[in-house]
Ligand binder design. Structure first.
Ligand code: FES
Ligand code: FES
Length: 160
């Protein structure tokens, strides 16, 4: 089956079985390897991409369902101001994610802080529970998300 969609702001086409998962299309057909595949059950968050602006685990998405939709992977998100809000905050708080959880955490944090009021500690801990990680202290991650929010607020992109 031929499927047209928009990947990282470019019109693309893929020809594959309709049930092939988006994560496999991204990695195998487009060689975008920063989106990781691990559990294939929608539980680890390592395969998250944005579909029409919302974070979604790509391992749960059959390719036929994304016809004509906008997909943004971490490669397409990197370098944007929104991406830099988060990355500079992670550096400052010393909680930079490893390659395994990087895309998922960045997209989840982006969704949490975008266009809203400051996230609470409870909300941040809830987000973290969706990204199993034993290598980063929770307190540093909470600080990183709060700095990311401040960075976005300074750029005037948030509600007052
Ligand atoms: S590989 Fe998709 S959530 Fe784990
Ligand atoms: S920093 Fe990636 S799993 Fe802990």
């Amino acid at each position: 089956m031929k499927i047209d969609f928009i990947l990282n702001r470019k019109d693309v086409k893929v020809d594959c079985p309709p049930e092939k998962r988006l994560i496999d299309v991204i990695r195998e057909d487009f060689k975008l390897m920063m989106t990781k595949n691990s559990c294939y059950r929608g539980e680890c968050g390592s395969c998250i991409v944005q579909i029409e602006g919302a974070p979604v685990p790509a391992c749960q998405v059959p390719i036929f369902s994304i016809r004509n939709k906008q997909i943004l992977t971490i490669e397409g998100f990197s370098g944007t101001e929104k991406y830099l809000d988060i990355i500079t905050a992670f550096k400052e708080a010393n909680c930079m994610p490893c390659p395994f959880c990087f895309a998922g955490k960045v997209f989840s944090v982006d969704s949490l802080i975008d266009g809203r009021r400051s996230p609470s500690t409870t909300e941040i801990m809830s987000l973290l529970s969706e990204h199993p990680c034993e290598c980063t202290p929770t307190s540093r991650f909470i600080e990183g998300v709060k700095i990311a929010y401040q960075n976005r607020e300074i750029r005037g992109e948030l509600l007052k």
